[in-house]
Design a protein around this ligand. Structure first.
Ligand code: PHE
Length: 354
């Protein structure tokens, strides 16, 4: 009995894991274990012998069982200690940074322009980028053979022979939204329409997709003077300085009279400054809405008149934030986006009341 005791107590204390303990348990106190077999021998003993051997065997069985239980707990504690030692976490470390995106300059500038015109009572109108040639051209007084159709480098949508749906184009300007807005809202009306436009053209200042912002105001008594005030107010708020404008007589089929508008700038030392010097930079087209265009928008030209303008959003974003190449706007180069992009929390810079 002493031998059994020494053998198992020693083996249990040496056991390295729970599986070894289980093997020892079966060998010692399992149904066919050595202690259990010894207990079966009790039957063959004399009562006197049994009185001595019985309690000692029971005590041995208990001792082995408690040694097993104690060792099992010790192993579990050691395993936990090991886990705590290896799986520790320094809660004072700074968190992992999530790369934050930036607001694209085109989005930022669109927001800025929209906010400025909203202050002047203009609401935002929208139209489809795939437009019928009626809205893009005819309704704007550009008849089928008019040179403007080819000058605008139009992308035509493919049509199968025999397809009798009206021809569709990728809109070449935001002006078709004038027609849609007039049809939907009637007069009086004051809307701006920012959005994507498309022309087959590509160089440092032209990309096949770019952004325009259309403006349209129709009322009983509007003139070029209202247009000029509106635009000068806009430029002052947008650039943060009072900006002189120059209206140059021009031609658009959808406005009469028409004017291209330049803003004052200087190029001193190779650096462009808006609102200074005696240079001029063309930024938009404008004019009084042609009577035929009002008619196409279901508005009576004998009762109403209006002005309209179209600004290149990308162009004035380049001017305001000093971005030299338009093509980079649409390359999705993360370095460019991080450099020129805006924080989502950055509010548009608006200088009112100049
Ligand atoms: N749609 C013209 C263009 O794309 C701009 C414009 C808009 C001119 C409104 C006059 C009035 O060039």
């Amino acid at each position: 009995m002493e031998e059994l005791r020494a053998k198992y107590i020693e083996a249990i204390s040496q056991a390295a894991d729970e599986a070894t303990l289980e093997v020892l348990r079966v060998q010692a106190v399992g149904k066919k274990g050595e202690v259990s077999l010894a207990m079966r021998e009790l039957g063959r003993m004399t009562p006197e012998e049994r009185q001595i051997a019985g309690p000692r065997l029971n005590a041995l069985k208990d001792e082995i069982n408690s040694a097993l239980a104690a060792k099992k707990e010790a192993l579990a504690d050691a395993a936990l200690d090991e886990r705590l030692r290896t799986e520790w976490l320094d809660v004072t470390l700074p968190g992992r940074r999530r790369p934050a995106g930036t607001v694209h300059p085109v989005s930022q500038v669109t927001e800025e322009i929209t906010a400025i015109f909203a202050d002047m009572g203009f609401s935002v109108a929208e139209g489809p980028q795939i437009e019928t040639d009626w809205y893009n051209f005819d309704a704007l007084n550009i008849p089928p053979e008019h040179p403007t159709r080819t000058e605008m480098d139009t992308f035509y949508m493919h049509r199968e022979p025999g397809d009798n749906r009206p021809p569709h184009v990728l809109r070449t300007h935001t002006s078709p939204v004038q027609i849609r807005a007039m049809q939907a809202q009637g007069a009086p009306i004051r809307v701006i329409a920012p959005g994507r436009v498309y022309r087959a053209d590509y160089d440092q200042t032209h990309t096949p997709m770019f952004h325009q912002l259309e403006g349209l105001a129709v009322d009983r008594d509007l003139s070029m003077a209202n247009l000029k005030w509106c635009l000068e107010e806009f430029f002052a708020a947008f650039f943060g300085v009072a900006v002189k404008t120059r209206f140059r007589a021009s031609h658009f089929p959808f406005t009469e009279p028409s004017a291209e508008v330049d803003i004052q700038c200087s190029w001193e030392g190779g650096q462009l400054r808006i609102g200074e010097g005696d240079g001029w930079m063309e930024v938009l087209g404008s004019g009084m809405v042609h009577p035929k265009v009002l008619q196409a928008g279901d508005i009576d030209p004998d009762q109403w008149q209006g002005f309209a303008f179209g600004i290149g959003i990308d162009r004035i974003a380049m001017l305001k934030y000093g971005m030299p190449d338009l093509r980079a706007f649409f390359d999705s180069d993360l370095r460019w986006l991080r450099h020129f992009g805006f924080s989502a929390l950055q509010v548009p810079t608006l200088q009112g009341g100049i």
